[in-house]
Design a protein around this ligand. Structure first.
Ligand code: HEC
Length: 442
């Protein structure tokens, strides 16, 4: 375009304006209009369209564990927190951009992940159900052998798995497999969450089927989950160290790390690999599989569950079973005089005559003086025992109200005094009232 020369100074302004117009404004306007046209009309405009209107897809899906919905599973999308599944195990990820994404799902006891791609321009898509696999597993073994007059079993239940999860476990409650029933507390951490018990069954129990066990695993952070096992496992259990003095020594292998129970007609109706000597209800101890018809007097005893009982009742129960009792008083939120912890735990095996230590709650120890100070009663009340000199409310040294009346005053308030029913517990209200009544100077 012309204009390269050196124009006369006076001409400058008038000649540059149309120049600016053609050089800058017009091309920009053309470019914008053109871009919109390209974006709207041509496939080549896809990336520009993406720039102007980025893909935001709603991605829905669901998670299952063991065929059940995995509720409250934590979702992590490309490393970022993306909420949790709902009660039905379903989730919705909103505004997911195009490209490939990794979704991680975690519950306290299981996890899983998936990778999915969102095409440009997608607004909605749903994923296949995602199956989470357990990261902690339950195992059990239950060899049963024939002995005089019945069957003897040794049950071992254990959980094992991801060390990070194992480290977070507080307690485990096992539900015993058939033909046994009921549930028991498993070991503590030091005991590898293992539970062992031996006992006797009637012959007819041998045919009770459906041996399956489950366990509720409680984590330190208050979460819990359930694991289950349909059949006794073949693998050897981890060393169970919570056994009292030698298990009921059924076979000549007490100390060895159990070369897995062989002769074990497991009470399951499954037409299993039959060569096992299934003890049918023929009370003849003869056929042969019995190692020796000598049911030794067993030097072990199951410790009864006494948690929740008064110390006196617990002590009587334990003594009647031949145990000695040791008492420890502990601070606890439980009612005073109630057993809150027992050691050894319920259903653990202990030597007869051994000592069971009971931790007995001292009850809540709420200190009235502390409640008075921390609640700020002193900012409104004069009370010499607490050294407070407030003057908004009456002088509590000269108050003549009874303890119940003071409790009511604190609970409900009146006039300029606030009600504390929501802020203080019943124990705290009782404690501060007693403190005020007992310490006033008159
Ligand atoms: C915001 C100021 C304020 C605070 C805080 C307060 N009070 Fe009061 N309190 C009062 C007032 C005002 C009255 C008189 C109410 C009325 O006459 O209805 C009163 C009345 C009382 C009475 C009745 C006295 C009598 O003999 O009539 C007692 C007892 C009492 N308060 C105890 C407490 C305790 C214990 C606390 C702490 C938990 C507390 N107050 C916290 C202001 C307060």
């Amino acid at each position: 375009m012309g204009n390269q020369g050196t124009p006369p100074a006076g001409d400058n302004q008038g000649r540059q304006r149309p120049d600016l117009m053609t050089k800058l404004v017009l091309p920009v306007a053309v470019a914008v209009v053109g871009a919109i046209a390209v974006a709207a009309l041509t496939p080549a405009g896809a990336s520009l369209r993406e720039l102007l209107f980025p893909t935001e897809a709603d991605v829905s899906g669901s998670a299952v564990i063991d065929g059940q919905p995995a509720a409250s599973a934590q979702l992590t999308l490309n490393g970022e927190d993306a909420g949790t599944t709902n009660d039905q195990g379903a989730f919705l990820l909103e505004g997911v951009g195009d490209g490939t994404h990794t979704l991680l799902l975690e519950t306290p006891g299981a996890d899983g992940d998936t990778t999915f791609s969102v095409q440009k321009g997608t607004t909605e898509m749903s994923l296949e159900p995602i199956t989470l696999s357990p990261i902690v597993a339950l195992g059990f073994s239950m060899p049963i052998r024939v002995q005089v007059g019945g069957l003897a079993y040794e049950l071992t239940l254990w959980i094992d798995g991801d060390q990070a999860v194992m480290n977070r476990i507080l307690t485990v409650t096992y539900r015993l497999p058939a033909p046994l029933s009921g549930s028991v507390d498993g070991g503590t951490r030091a005991q590898k969450f293992c539970y062992e018990v031996a006992g006797e069954l009637g012959l007819s129990d041998a045919n009770v089927g459906g041996a399956s066990a489950s366990a509720d695993v409680h984590l330190r952070d208050g979460q819990s989950f359930r694991v289950s096992a349909e059949q006794p496992g073949q693998d050897a259990p981890p060393a169970c160290t919570n056994v009292g003095p030698a298990p009921p020594a059924p076979t000549p292998t007490p100390a060895a790390p159990t070369p897995t129970p062989t002769q074990s007609p497991v009470p399951s109706p499954s037409p299993g690999p039959s060569p096992s000597p299934a003890p049918t209800p023929s009370p003849a101890p003869s056929p042969s599989p019995a190692p020796s018809p000598s049911p030794q007097p067993q030097p072990t005893e199951l410790v009864p569950d006494v948690v929740g009982q008064t110390f006196e009742a617990a002590k009587a129960r334990l003594q009647s079973r031949g145990f000695a009792v040791n008492r420890r008083d502990v601070e606890s939120e439980g009612a005073a005089g109630i057993v809150v912890v027992q050691d050894p735990g319920a259903n653990e095996i202990a030597a007869p005559g051994s000592t069971v230590t009971l931790s007995v709650s001292k009850g809540m120890t709420v200190d009235g003086a502390t409640v008075y100070t921390s609640t700020g009663c002193g900012s409104c009340h004069t009370f010499s025992a607490a050294g407070s000199t407030g003057t908004v409310g009456p002088n509590l040294d000269t108050s003549t109200k009874t303890t119940p009346a003071v409790e009511a005053q604190v609970r409900n308030g009146s006039g300029a005094m606030p009600a504390y029913a929501d802020e203080l517990s019943d124990e705290e209200i009782a404690a501060v009232a007693a403190y005020v009544v007992q310490n006033r100077t008159g």
